[in-house]
Every structure is written in C-alpha cells, then in structure tokens.
Design a protein around this ligand. Structure first.
Ligand code: GNR
Ligand code: NI
Length: 187
C-alpha cells in the first residue's frame, strides 16, 4: 500500500471524464487500497481515482466516526439509477480544493448500482451524508468539482486561493525527496 499525491485545482486532469473499469482484479484492488490509505492520511471521507491522477470510474469512502471501527466502502463503475426527495444543502469540501467549504444542493436520496471490492454487483439507496458524498464523488468521475456548482466568482476565488497556498507551500518547503526523485540533483 502507498499514499499517493492528491491533485489540486487547477490541475487539468481533474476535468477529465473517467473510463469504466473492465474487470475488478488484483491490480484494481491495489489501486483501491492505495486510494483508501491516501484518503485516510489526508484525512477525507471519500476519494475518486481521478484525484490521484487515475482516470478510472473508482471511488473509495469511509463515513465512520473517529471513535468507530473503520468502515471502508469501494465503488467500481457506480451509477445513479434513481433520485428521490428534495434538494438538500450541505457544506461541502474537497481534497482537490483544500480549505474551501461551501454549500451545494443535491437530491436527498439516490439509488446506486455499482461493483464492490470483489466485483459483486450491489444496488442500494443512499441518504444523508452517504448520498451527499457519493454524488460529490460521482461528479469527479465526470470531471466536475463541487466548486463547479457555485457562482463563477466563488469558483474563481477558490481556485486562486488554492493556487496561492500551494505556491506558498512550495516556497517554504524543500522539494520532496524519494528514490525516484532527482529533481534536486542538479540545480
Ligand atoms: O473529505 C471530504 N469531505 C466532504 C465533505 C462534504 C462533502 C463531500 C466531501 S468529500 C471530501 C473528500 C473528497 O474530496 N472527495 O472527492
Ligand atoms: Ni472531492
């Protein structure tokens, strides 16, 4: 297992539409394991593969409270097959838009069809935080971020703020070092 880097706005990959998965095999499970570890480390409650630069229709999630047992969930090729209830506002955040929070309205309940960690087909209703989170994650599969649901002014402000703090971080920290990283070797 490995923690992967999470892409932040305005990285162009985040706008890509992710491709369906053919088979849920060990290689895909290794990706899902990495995604879960990356999500827990962040920390976050959900993560789409595109956020670690992989354009596949894969999502991981864990909605358990800190004092509860971990409850990882895995979604491959998820589809919303029914929507129900009023639009409900929720203050959303996103690991690809760090430190920005704003209200987004989404349907209260959605019926899902997806493949789980073992490639078994599941159909179920999601409501509450589960409904909010799966709709946020499924937006990522279409290249859509929660800030795309806000006004242009709010969205542009958010992107600028994230860019600015990423730049400030890059200036105060030395380049990341790793065995495959020779970015500091010759200056
Ligand atoms: O960690 C996350 N929290 C969150 C809060 C409200 C609505 C959606 C989310 S998902 C987010 C992690 C993330 O960016 N997933 O794509
Ligand atoms: Ni997100």
């Amino acid at each position: 297992m490995a923690i992967r880097d999470i892409l932040t706005v305005p990285h162009p990959i985040l706008k890509k539409v992710s491709e369906p998965v053919d088979t849920v095999d060990d290689e895909l499970r290794a990706l899902m394991d990495d995604m879960l570890e990356t999500m827990y480390a962040a920390p976050g409650i959900g993560l789409a593969a595109i956020q670690v630069g992989v354009p596949k229709r894969v999502i991981v999630m864990d909605l358990a409270d800190k004092d509860e047992e971990p409850a990882p969930r895995y979604f491959v090729n998820p589809e919303i097959i029914e929507r129900e209830g009023d639009l409900v506002p929720y203050e959303e955040g996103c690991l690809s838009v760090p430190d920005i929070y704003d209200e987004v309205e989404r349907p209260a309940r959605v019926r899902l069809r997806y493949l789980d960690y073992f490639g078994r087909e599941v159909e179920e209703w999601a409501e509450g935080l589960y409904a909010v989170c799966i709709q946020h994650e499924m937006d990522h599969l279409e290249g859509v971020l929660f800030i795309d649901h806000l006004s242009r002014l709010k969205r542009e402000r958010a992107v600028k703020k994230v860019q600015k703090s990423a730049q400030a971080k890059a200036e105060t920290r030395p380049a990341k070092s790793g065995k495959d990283d020779d970015s500091r070797a010759a200056i």
